[in-house]
Design a protein around this ligand. Structure first.
Ligand SMILES: [Zn+2]
Length: 278
């Protein structure tokens, strides 16, 4: 499932090919993804200049000059493929649902086998008031409005386990299952403790490790970004070496004596070290 780093790398790749340009043609190969695709999408956005491409939590936001924003979520299995005139176009897949052609001769394909992704259109001025943007917590990265005290106070309001609190997009936005486990392991904090049991120094450490793991994962995608025109054209997917995620019964690299455990919290797998994480 694309998490924040994958969406950020996709965002940066789309920024490079869309900002200052426009979409000239849209091919919709089906009427819906998770939700129906916006009616008259071609008339609504084609030929209007794109002012910015941004990420908020795990959403891509494409702002057009005429005050419309395209909201794009990659769901469980969505991938963006950017093709340029210099490389041969890919063999089409039955999962290529939306294809954009741009004024700078790029072809951007949205491929999503499970179709949990979606594309919606909203007036830019109303974005902050529509679901989920009206309830999203603060961005974890590059956000001057998020400091340790704010993060600590948000966590202190909840009795649920810390891991579940990190996944609650209303408390902090964009943290997914993989990076929640990774950050808690890095901070040596148990995913089972109540969120309101964090001391302020622990909150400071957890926020630092969350930001660290997200930044390192984004950096791992940097090579993909430089290469977004690589032969398969896919962006946003890259090899990041997880320390705990999907490593049940593998040796913990902190203590080097304990094997990592897997538990289920709120229906999601959590990986952690019973010894190191207090
Ligand atoms: Zn350990």
């Amino acid at each position: 499932m694309p998490e924040l780093p994958e969406v950020e790398v996709t965002c940066q790749a789309l920024k490079a090919v869309l900002e200052g340009f426009s979409i000239t043609e849209i091919q919709l190969n089906r009427p819906d993804l998770r939700y129906p695709l916006p009616p008259n999408l071609e008339n609504e956005i084609c030929l209007y200049s794109i002012q910015s491409v941004q990420r908020r939590a795990k959403y891509l936001l494409i702002d057009f000059e005429h005050g419309k924003t395209l909201i794009w979520h990659l769901g469980m299995s969505g991938r963006v493929i950017v093709e340029t005139p210099e490389i041969p176009f890919l063999k089409a897949s039955p999962h290529d649902h939306v294809i954009f052609r741009t004024s700078n001769n790029h072809k951007i394909t949205y491929r999503d086998p499970r179709r949990f992704g979606f594309i919606q259109l909203t007036p830019t001025s109303q974005l902050a008031s529509v679901n989920p943007f009206n309830t999203l917590g603060p961005e974890p990265l590059n956000n001057p409005e998020l400091n340790v005290l704010i993060f600590h106070n948000r966590m202190k309001k909840h009795t649920k386990p810390i891991k579940n609190a990190l996944l609650d997009q209303k408390i902090i936005a964009g943290i997914g299952n993989i990076y929640a486990s990774e950050a808690l392991w890095q901070a040596r904090i148990s995913p089972l403790r109540a969120a309101n049991s964090l001391t302020q120094p622990e909150s400071a450490l957890l926020l630092k490790e969350l930001q660290d793991v997200l930044k390192r994962a984004i950096a791992a995608g940097g090579s993909t970004l430089r290469d977004y025109v690589r032969p398969n054209g896919e962006v946003g997917y890259f090899q990041y070496i997880f320390k705990v995620y999907d490593r049940e019964n593998k040796l913990c690299e902190h203590c080097e004596v304990t094997n990592l455990s897997k538990i289920i919290q709120c229906g999601r797998a959590t990986y952690y070290c019973k010894i190191c994480q207090k």
